[in-house]
Write a protein that binds this ligand. Sequence first.
Ligand code: FAD
Length: 405
Amino acid sequence: MNDSADAITVKVYGGPGSPQGHAIRDFLYRMDVPFEWIEEGNRRLPVCVFPDGVRMENPTIRQITEKLGWFHDPLQSEYDVAIYGAGPAGLSAAVYGASEGLKTVVIERSALGGQAGSSPKIENYLGFPGGISGAELAERARDQATRFGAEILLAREGVRGEFSAGKRVGYLADGTKIVARAIVCATGVEYHHLPVPDEERFRGAGLYYGAGASEASLCGGAHVVVVGGGNSAGQAAFQFSRFARRVTMVVRGESLKSTLSAYLCDRIASARNIEVRTNTEVTGLEGDGCLEAVTLTSRVTGQTETIRTRWLFVCIGGTPHTEWAFEAGVARDSAGYLVTGPDLQHDGRPPDGWVLDRPPYYLETNVPGLFAAGDVRHGSVKRFASAVGEGAMAVTFVHRYLADG
Ligand SMILES: Cc1cc2nc3c(=O)[nH]c(=O)nc-3n(C[C@H](O)[C@H](O)[C@H](O)COP(=O)(O)OP(=O)(O)OC[C@H]3O[C@@H](n4cnc5c(N)ncnc54)[C@H](O)[C@@H]3O)c2cc1C
């Protein structure tokens, strides 16, 4: 993430299927920190050894962030704009906000890049014909945003908001208070969990959410199972097929064609070691500590089959991170997405409780000065480029809102 980090190779020692080990690998991968994973069969909890010799037993993400020198307190007592979430939408808002002279802070509960940070290769983003990894794109955006003066607070989670005239106060999980004149909520979505018994027991211990770009090279010679029929599942299957002996894609629908981009459909069809099981669901997980096998059930015949595997990647979409909004009176749709702009109006009338003479701006919620951008927004296009576009657009509306006085 910075020049000193470029030289860092963190050694991470851990046991196979360790959820803590996976969380650390995922974080380091997304933050572009070179690391070496050294698997030790009998080690229960992971240990990180840093180049200066410091050894940390089972560190939290916050402790690693601190060790790498990236954890800090807010530098200002008040900001023009506070952005929650450092995925593509939040990072884009940070670049535009800071470059246009706004005192800008970004609060991210985990690593940079959001969902895209786990994407091994984004191939449809303008200007990158050969594709680019989500982690690299996020790192470039971070560099750009901080050069313009944006502050990024990592490993901090926004949990509550208080919105009064002219002041937007966000409370973080560790008690830190962030005061800002406007807010951009770019908190994206949380993956849906696989609805099978014991899901929680295997989470991080063989069952992973997202494309698992940090894990791909560890699956050498293995049989990998990917659940989902959308682009993220397709990308994951293709990425794993380069390392794994065999990849099984488990798809509930009848075909991939309606849910997957044509280019990915073609690649999957031409990969010799990917098999696609349509009309099929994962119905069981087995293992002693770590995942050892999954049961697949045909939705047509009811027939079951057990696949022995240590690697199950689930990419079945998600729901938005907006629990805080309910408490703060921010309008959400029935699925929890934040409703903005024209979608708030009924028969041309502004939403209940709206006190301004103007209608809400396009990305503005029913709370003036609180904007939503990217996947968290009702009706958003779930694409990297759209999230980047909305982040930039949100900043334009922040300027207008601040100019309104
Ligand atoms: C595996 C995968 C591959 C994909 N590939 C492509 C592709 O090739 N092309 C494409 O166009 N799209 C792709 N997508 C979709 C694209 O990544 C998303 O549309 C995009 O990331 C949405 O960006 P966002 O900033 O709105 O949200 P997110 O990327 O979800 O980022 C939200 C961020 O907010 C943080 N956050 C959440 N709650 C809080 C809180 N309370 N406080 C602080 N921070 C919080 C999260 O940790 C996260 O970092 C892919 C998605 C996945 C999962």
